[in-house]
Design a binder for this molecule. Structure first.
Ligand code: IFM
Length: 449
């Protein structure tokens, strides 16, 4: 039971959540810039206009990472910063920003992992239909080609799309996230198709333009399922549950298989086909080939899970959480076993080297009289989850872990209320203070590297 030699111990962030500088140096607007202007959409009318001002403070942030001994850093490119209209005209100042960030990371021996899409859809593309327009497959391909051309001389790890479950589920089904739409099921399924095809085109383009061999994967999310006991029956029930598709019409997108099966296995799960075949857009053989363009790695964002046992009818039975069950500050259940059984089941099904591309928690952090942030709850969370993750290392090919997140940041429709960082950010002064959990993580990395 031990981590691989070059295990990528890292932190993750995303551009809109930390960069700020929303209209500087030629950047175009994206759907979140515009969504946040519509007051009442986000908690207390917060916006990502300034966020953590990482655009100006990135050197300091890389210093922080180095001080923690991080081996890897996963960040996303803000599409409209490099292509203000989404396609066509390149913004060289945006490219220069990411070049400097990458160089800074490499100078500190921190390996960069780039995510192409962490929900920053250029507003100009949204006006043309965004994910509903089939042209997005080529738009995304053009963007991927640019990223590869400009950065793959130094960056060799890429994730195409972060959490399609969330940006489709909350952005186009419930409307809580940008662009705030409640689309029909037919449109949702067209977007599902366009996302899958865009992923495939990005894989092709990243590889075509790469200056050296690179590794590519997707980074979805979903609730994991874990068995109540280690009996064969409970394990099988948890396996069935984790790969099933929620029946709730507003939550169908929150599943693993409708996204990852076509990407990795080249086919949709039967349950998905049975439920949606009459509404789904047509998929040609060529489409399926594009969607399943071979990838090298698999990312999964894991925050929590559901305990399952085998019911009397031999079907998975969801176990109700008892009174007193622990929850994070934003009300997510604390379920360390999801970081054992999640990767275990995913590796069994997809047989790809796995990265935990996000894991962490929100906690009610504030400064103590001694000026420090004693976030013991987060330490407890990380210790419990990482203890479970370590146990799975000898059963699967686990390559890395990215704690979410390096900094407190803009938590989407919850604004700056939910603090996920291991670094405390004072959003008035932009002062950064390492929390106790950051120092704990530093020590953990040291001991496990
Ligand atoms: O902040 C988000 C991130 O953007 C995507 N994954 C979950 C995190 C916490 O909600």
């Amino acid at each position: 039971m031990s981590y691989q030699k070059d295990f990528a111990w890292g932190c993750a962030t995303s551009s809109y959540q930390i960069e700020g500088a929303y209209n500087e140096d030629g950047k175009g607007l994206n759907i979140w810039d515009v969504f946040c202007q519509d007051k009442g959409r986000v908690f207390e009318g917060h916006t990502g206009d300034i966020a953590c001002d990482h655009y100006h403070l990135f050197k300091k942030d890389v210093e922080l990472m180095a001080s923690l001994g991080l081996k890897a850093y996963r960040f996303s490119i803000n599409w409209a910063r490099v292509l203000p209209e989404g396609t066509g005209r390149i913004n060289e100042k945006g490219i220069a920003f990411y070049n400097e960030l990458i160089d800074c990371l490499l100078a500190k021996n921190i390996t960069p992992y780039i995510t192409l899409y962490h929900w920053e859809l250029p507003y100009e593309l949204h006006k043309q239909g965004g994910w509903l327009n089939p042209n997005i497959v080529e738009w995304f391909g053009e963007y991927a080609a640019l990223v590869s051309e400009r950065f793959s001389d130094r960056v060799t790890n890429f994730f195409t799309i972060n959490e399609p479950q969330v940006f489709i589920g909350l952005g186009y089904i419930t409307g809580e996230h940008a662009p705030g739409l409640k689309c029909t099921l037919t449109d949702q399924l067209i977007m599902h198709q366009n996302v899958l095809k865009a992923h495939g085109r990005a894989v092709q383009k990243l590889r075509e333009k790469a200056h050296q061999p690179i590794k590519i994967g997707i980074a979805p999310t979903s609730s994991m399922c874990y068995p109540k006991t280690e009996s064969k029956e409970d394990i099988e029930a948890a396996r069935q549950a984790i790969f099933s598709i929620p029946e709730d019409r507003y939550r169908w997108a929150w599943n693993v298989t409708a996204w990852s099966d076509p990407v990795i296995l080249g086919a949709f799960p039967d349950e998905f086909l049975k439920r949606f075949e009459s509404v789904m857009p047509h998929y040609s053989q060529e489409d399926m080939k594009l969607i399943s363009e071979p990838t090298d790695i698999y990312g999964q964002n894991i925050y929590n899970g559901i305990e399952i046992r085998c019911g009397e009818d031999h079907k998975p039975e969801y176990i109700k959480r008892d009174a007193g069950f622990p929850y994070t500050a934003n009300n997510w259940p604390i379920t360390p076993k999801s970081l054992y059984w999640g990767p275990y089941f995913l590796y069994e099904r997809y047989k790809k080297p796995i990265y935990i591309t996000e894991n962490g928690c929100a906690s009610p952090d504030f400064k103590s009289f001694d000026g420090k942030i004693h976030d013991g709850g987060r330490i407890n969370f990380l210790e419990r989850y990482l203890t479970e993750m370590e146990k799975v290392t000898d059963k699967i090919d686990l390559r890395g872990y990215f704690q979410w997140s390096l900094l407190d940041n803009f938590e989407w429709h919850c604004g700056y209320r939910d603090r996920f960082g291991i670094t405390y950010v004072d959003f008035e002064t932009q002062e950064r203070t390492l929390k106790d959990s950051a120092l704990w993580y530093k020590e953990y990395i040291k001991q496990h590297s």
